[in-house]
Design a protein around this ligand. Structure first.
Ligand SMILES: Cc1ncc(C[n+]2csc(CCOP(=O)(O)OP(=O)(O)O)c2C)c(N)n1
Ligand SMILES: [Mg+2]
Length: 533
C-alpha cells in the first residue's frame, strides 16, 4: 500500500532537516500534528508574530530553512508583519497553514482560507495551494528549495486538512525526496576579473560590508580581502543591517554608514572606488537629498539578489554568491602597498548620570560580554550606542530586524538561542518594542531557552521623538509608554526577572544572567532621548 500524504510529507521534512516545527495550532492543523513523530520537536508560540519571529531567528542563526505551521487565514493574518520582517531579513522559512477540507471550501465552511495564496503573497517568495492532496509532498519540496535559494526568504503552502490522510502518489512524491538543489551561483568570471583589476588600480578604495557577508559564510574572506587591499571598511547603514558584515573590533573598521543619501556621500568623500558586498545600495531613511556618491567615486555592488542589483540607484553590480565573489577577488587582486587606514578611537567612557544613559548600559554590557556571545537588538534609539560600545568581532554575533517591524527582536532572540545553544544570547529590547511580541517570554520559559533579555526602560518611544524633532513634526500624540513593568510581566510568564539601577548593578546582574543557564530578564531604567554612540 502506498504511504499517506502525511507519511510522505514527514519523510520529506525529515530529509531536509525540517524537524523543528514552530507553530500555533488550530483544528485545521491537527491532522498534521496528531501522532507527532518522536524525532520532531514542536515549539509553541502563543501568537503568530512570535511563531514566525522565533523561526526567523532560528533559520538565520542555523543557516538553514525553518518550518512554520500556522492556523489558516487568521493565523497567517497575525503573522504578516513578522513575515514582512523575514523577507527583509532574507530568512528562509517554509510556512505552512491548515485549510478547511476540500469538500467544504467551495461552500466556505468556517475556517476556509478564502484566498489562501493571495493573503501572504507580497511578503513571500512563493505562495501555493496544491491542486491535489497527492501534490503536498512535492509542494513542500518545492517550497524548501525556493526558500533556500538566493535571495532566501519565506514561502507559503496552504494545506487542506483532509489532504494528510490521502494516499500519496508515489510517482510524484518519491522522486522529489532525495533531490538536492545546490544554490550557490558563481559570479561571471570576466566581470570579477575586471573588478579585481579596478580594485588593484584604484588609489583610495573602500569596502562597505553588508549582512549577506555573514549569511553567505564570507566573514573570514571579507577580512582577508580588506587586509590584503588595506581597505577601510564601513558597515552598511544600521537600519537595514540585519547582520554584521565585518568584525567591528578590527583595526580597519571605521564605523556604520549614516542612513541617508547625502550623508553617505559625505562619509565616503575622497574614495574613488566603493565596493559594496552583500547589501542593498543602501537602505536609506530619512530622505536627505544629495548626490549618491562623492565626486569622482564609482561603486560596484556584489550581491546574490537580482532585485537588489536592479534597484540600486547608482553604480554597477555583479550578481552571484557573495562568498564566491569575495574569494574570487581575493585570489586575483594584488596586495596593496599603501599604509593601512587609521583606526577609529576606542569608545568614550560614558558620563555618569541618574538614571544611566543607554550608552552607559551598553558599556556595562560590553564589560561582561563573552567573546562568543550574540546580541539580538531591538532597542531603536540605542542601536548605534550598542554597536559602538560592544564591538562584536565574530560572525553570527548580531541580529537586527532589517525590515524595521517591531516584535522581531524578542522572539528572534529565542530562536537564535535555540539554534546556538552553546553561545550566550542577549536580547537588548526597548520597553516599547517588548510589547509587540511579549508572550514570547512564555516560550523561553517553557522550552528553558537560557537567553538574557535586557529591557531598556525609558518610558517612551524615544526614537520617534528624536525623529519628530529632526523632521520638525512636533506635537504628535502617542509617544510615551509610561508604567510598563517588564519585571512584573515576565514574572507572570514564569521568568526570573529583576530590576536594576546604575552601571554597577547592571554589570553584575548581566554577568549573573549570562552565566546562569536559565532564561532571565533584567530591566534597567535609562535616561530618555537618543543615544548615538
Ligand atoms: C510593527 C511596528 N509598529 C510601529 C513601529 C514604529 N516604531 C518605530 S520605533 C518605535 C518605538 C520603539 O520604542 P522602544 O522599543 O521603547 O525604543 P526606544 O525608541 O525608546 O529606544 C515605534 C513605535 C514599528 N517600527 N513597527
Ligand atoms: Mg523606549
Amino acid at each position: 500500500m502506498a504511504p499517506s500524504v502525511r507519511d510522505a510529507s514527514y519523510e520529506l521534512l525529515r530529509e531536509h532537516g525540517l524537524t523543528t516545527v514552530f507553530g500555533n495550532p488550530g483544528s485545521t492543523e491537527l491532522p498534521f500534528l496528531s501522532a507527532f513523530p518522536p524525532d520532531f520537536r514542536y515549539v509553541l508560540g502563543l501568537q503568530e508574530a512570535i511563531v514566525v519571529g522565533m523561526a526567523d531567528g532560528y533559520a538565520q542563526a542555523s543557516g538553514r530553512p525553518a518550518l512554520v505551521n500556522l492556523h489558516t487565514a487568521p493565523g497567517v493574518g497575525n503573522a504578516m508583519g513578522a513575515l514582512f520582517n523575514a523577507r527583509e531579513n532574507k530568512s528562509p522559512l517554509v510556512v505552512t497553514a491548515g485549510q478547511q477540507v476540500r469538500a467544504m471550501m467551495t461552500i466556505e465552511a468556517l475556517l476556509t482560507n478564502r484566498d489562501a495564496t493571495t493573503l501572504p503573497r507580497p511578503v513571500t517568495k512563493w505562495s501555493y495551494e496544491p491542486p491535489r492532496p497527492q501534490d503536498v509532498p512535492a509542494a513542500l519540496a518545492r517550497a524548501f528549495h525556493v526558500s533556500a535559494t538566493s535571495p532566501r526568504g519565506p514561502v507559503f503552502v496552504s494545506i487542506p486538512m483532509d489532504d494528510w490522510s490521502a494516499e500519496a502518489d508515489e510517482q510524484v512524491s518519491r522522486p522529489v525526496t532525495g533531490r538536492r538543489v545546490d544554490g550557490r551561483t558563481a559570479p561571471d568570471p570576466a566581470a570579477l576579473a575586471a573588478l579585481a583589476r579596478r580594485l588593484g588600480a584604484a588609489s583610495n578604495p573602500v569596502l562597505v560590508a553588508g549582512p549577506d557577508i555573514d549569511a553567505s559564510g564570507a566573514w573570514d574572506t571579507a577580512v582577508a580581502l580588506a587586509e590584503r587591499c588595506r581597505l577601510p571598511v564601513w558597515s552598511t547603514p544600521a537600519s537595514g543591517s540585519g547582520r554584521l558584515g565585518f568584525p567591528e573590533n578590527h583595526p580597519q573598521f571605521q564605523g556604520t554608514l549614516p542612513p541617508a543619501i547625502a550623508p553617505v556621500a559625505q562619509t565616503l568623500e575622497g574614495h574613488d572606488l566603493v565596493l559594496v558586498a552583500g547589501a542593498a545600495v543602501f537602505t536609506y531613511y530619512p530622505y536627505i537629498a544629495g548626490p549618491f556618491l562623492p565626486d569622482g567615486a564609482a561603486l560596484v555592488q556584489l550581491t546574490s539578489d537580482p532585485d537588489e542589483a536592479a534597484r540600486a540607484p547608482v553604480g554597477d553590480a555583479i550578481l552571484g554568491d557573495v562568498a564566491l565573489a569575495l574569494s574570487g577577488l581575493l585570489e586575483q587582486v594584488p596586495a596593496a602597498d599603501r599604509p593601512a587606514p587609521p583606526s577609529r578611537p576606542d569608545p568614550e567612557p560614558p558620563p555618569d548620570s541618574d538614571p544611566i544613559t543607554a550608552t552607559a548600559a551598553a558599556a556595562a554590557l560590553a564589560e561582561v560580554f563573552p567573546d562568543n556571545g550574540i546580541i539580538v537588538n531591538e532597542a531603536p534609539s540605542s542601536v548605534l550606542a550598542f554597536r559602538n560600545q560592544v564591538r562584536l568581532g565574530r560572525s553570527g554575533s548580531y541580529f537586527f530586524g532589517a525590515g524595521g517591524g517591531l516584535g522581531y527582536g524578542l522572539p528572534a532572540a529565542i530562536g537564535v538561542q535555540l539554534a546556538q545553544p552553546e553561545r550566550p544570547v542577549v536580547g537588548v529590547i526597548g520597553d516599547g518594542s517588548m510589547q509587540y511580541a511579549i508572550a514570547a517570554l512564555w516560550s523561553a520559559v517553557a522550552y528553558e531557552v537560557p537567553l538574557t533579555v535586557l529591557v531598556l526602560r525609558n518610558e517612551e518611544y524615544a526614537i520617534l521623538k528624536w525623529f519628530a524633532e529632526f523632521e520638525g513634526e512636533m506635537g504628535a500624540p502617542g509617544l510615551d509608554v509610561v508604567g510598563l513593568d517588564s519585571v512584573a510581566i515576565a514574572s507572570g510568564y514564569g521568568m526570573r526577572a529583576r530590576r536594576v539601577e546604575g552601571s554597577g548593578e547592571l554589570r553584575s546582574a548581566l554577568a549573573d544572567a549570562i552565566s546562569s543557564g536559565t532564561p532571565e530578564l533584567i530591566e534597567v531604567r535609562i535616561a530618555p532621548g537618543m543615544s548615538l554612540g
